[in-house]
Design a protein around this ligand. Structure first.
Ligand SMILES: Cc1cc2nc3c(=O)[nH]c(=O)nc-3n(C[C@H](O)[C@H](O)[C@H](O)COP(=O)(O)OP(=O)(O)OC[C@H]3O[C@@H](n4cnc5c(N)ncnc54)[C@H](O)[C@@H]3O)c2cc1C
Length: 329
C-alpha cells in the first residue's frame, strides 16, 4: 500500500506528486496515456515536432513563478514572446524546449509514474484487522488494484466522477452538484507539416477567436521546437469543434486547411496532416478554490485545471494545493 495514489500524470498530478514526495510521502501516479503530460502534449511528425495541447504558458502567481524560474535556469523553458504582435504587452509567454511534453517528462523523472494504466473504478477500502488500515482502492483496466491512504483525482471532472460512480462511492450532495456543474469545451486540433514558407505574423502565431473556425495557429518552427520541419498547429474554435467533433479526419482536415491557406506562401504545400481530438480541452466553468477535498470522505481530493484554472498555471497550482491539503490534514 502506498501513502498517496494520484490518478493522472498531467501537470496537476505531477506537481502534486513532486510536492508530496519531497515531504517524504510514498506516491504512485497512474495514467492511461502512452506517455506523461496529459494536455501538455507534443507529437512528432516526420522530422518535426508540434505541441498539440497547451501552446505556451503565462505566470502570475509567485509560487508558480518560483518553479518557472528554476526551470528557466535549467534551460527547460524559455520565453517565446511578450505578445502576439510586434507590440509587446509585457506578459512573457513561456514554452518548453523540445515541446510541452518535455516538462512533464522532467517532472516524472524521479517519481513512480506508471503509464498505459487506465483506472476504471475507485472505491473506499477497509482492512480486515484494524480500523486504521482503510483508505482508497483503484481498479485498473488490466484487472490490477492499488491501495492507498489518500487519493488525488486529476482527470477532467466528468471522468473522475465516472470513476467514483463505477466504484459505488457516494459523494456529499453539495460536492456532487458543484462538480457536475463543471463543463469543458472540446477542441479539434489539426497538425500540418508544410513544405515551404508560412507567413504567420510575429512571433509565429495567430490568436484568433474561440467562436471562429481558427482560434489559434502556431508555427512550431518559429516557436523553436521544430528546427527540422515546419509544423503548424491549428486549434479550431469551440462551435466548430462541437459541430465536427465526431466527423472523420478526411472531412475536418480540408476545412482547416482552407482556413490555413492565407497563411501559407503561394508555393508552399501540405506534406502531411493529422487530426487530434480533445474532448475535455478547457473547462468553461471553474471551481473557485484550487482543489476540492471531498466532504465526509477522508483524504480524497479533486484537482486539475478546473480548480481555479483554466490554464497550465492553474493546473500546477491546483496540484500543489491538493498536496498541501493532504500534508496539512
Ligand atoms: C487544445 C488545448 C490548448 C491549450 N492551450 C493552452 C495554452 O496555450 N496555455 C495554457 O496555459 N493552457 C492551455 N491549455 C490548457 C492546459 O493544457 C491544461 O490546463 C493543463 O495541461 C491541464 O493539466 P491537468 O493536469 O489539470 O489535466 P490533464 O493534463 O488533462 O491530466 C489529466 C490526466 O489524467 C489522465 N487520466 C484521465 N482519466 C484517467 C483514467 N481513467 N486512468 C488513468 N489516467 C487517466 C489523462 O490521461 C491525463 O494525462 C490548452 C489545452 C488544450 C487541450
Amino acid at each position: 500500500m502506498t501513502d498517496v495514489l494520484i490518478v493522472g500524470a498531467g501537470l496537476s498530478g505531477l506537481m502534486a506528486a513532486t510536492q508530496l514526495q519531497a515531504a517524504g510521502q510514498a506516491v504512485l501516479v497512474l495514467d492511461k496515456g502512452r506517455g506523461v503530460g496529459g494536455r501538455l502534449a507534443t507529437r512528432r511528425i516526420g522530422p518535426g515536432r508540434a505541441d498539440h495541447g497547451a501552446q505556451f504558458f503565462t505566470v502570475r502567481d509567485p509560487q508558480f513563478a518560483a518553479y518557472v524560474a528554476e526551470w528557466e535556469a535549467e534551460g527547460l523553458v524559455y520565453v517565446w514572446s511578450d505578445g502576439w504582435s510586434a507590440e509587446a504587452d509585457g506578459h512573457p509567454r513561456y514554452v518548453v524546449r523540445n515541446g510541452m511534453t518535455a516538462l512533464a517528462k522532467r517532472l516524472a523523472q524521479n517519481l513512480d509514474v506508471r503509464t498505459e494504466v487506465k483506472v476504471t473504478a475507485v472505491s473506499g477500502w477497509q482492512g480486515q484487522t484494524t480500523a486504521v488500515s482503510s483508505g482508497w482502492q483503484v481498479v485498473t483496466e488490466n484487472g490490477r488494484s492499488y491501495q492507498s491512504q489518500a487519493l488525488i483525482l486529476t482527470p477532467p471532472v466528468p471522468q473522475s466522477l465516472a470513476l467514483l460512480d463505477a466504484g459505488g462511492v457516494v459523494l456529499d450532495a453539495a460536492d456532487r452538484s458543484t462538480l457536475e456543474a463543471i463543463r469543458y469545451a472540446p477542441c479539434l486540433c489539426g497538425l500540418f507539416w508544410v513544405a515551404g514558407e508560412a507567413t504567420l505574423p510575429y512571433p509565429g502565431a495567430v490568436q484568433g477567436d474561440e467562436n471562429d473556425t481558427l482560434a489559434w495557429l502556431a508555427d512550431n518552427r518559429r516557436k523553436g521546437i521544430s528546427p527540422e520541419a515546419r509544423l503548424l498547429t491549428f486549434h479550431a474554435g469551440i462551435p466548430f469543434s462541437q459541430r465536427h467533433y465526431e466527423d472523420p479526419s478526411e472531412l475536418v482536415l480540408p476545412l482547416l486547411a482552407q482556413e490555413l491557406a492565407p497563411y501559407l506562401a503561394v508555393d508552399a504545400t501540405i506534406r502531411e496532416a493529422q487530426l487530434k481530438r480533445w474532448r475535455y480541452a478547457r473547462p468553461q466553468t471553474l471551481y473557485s478554490e484550487r482543489c476540492l477535498p471531498a466532504a465526509g470522505l477522508p483524504r480524497l481530493v479533486f484537482a486539475g485545471d478546473a480548480f481555479n484554472g483554466p490554464r497550465v498555471e492553474g493546473a500546477a497550482l491546483s496540484g500543489l494545493a491538493a498536496a498541501a491539503k493532504l500534508l496539512n490534514n
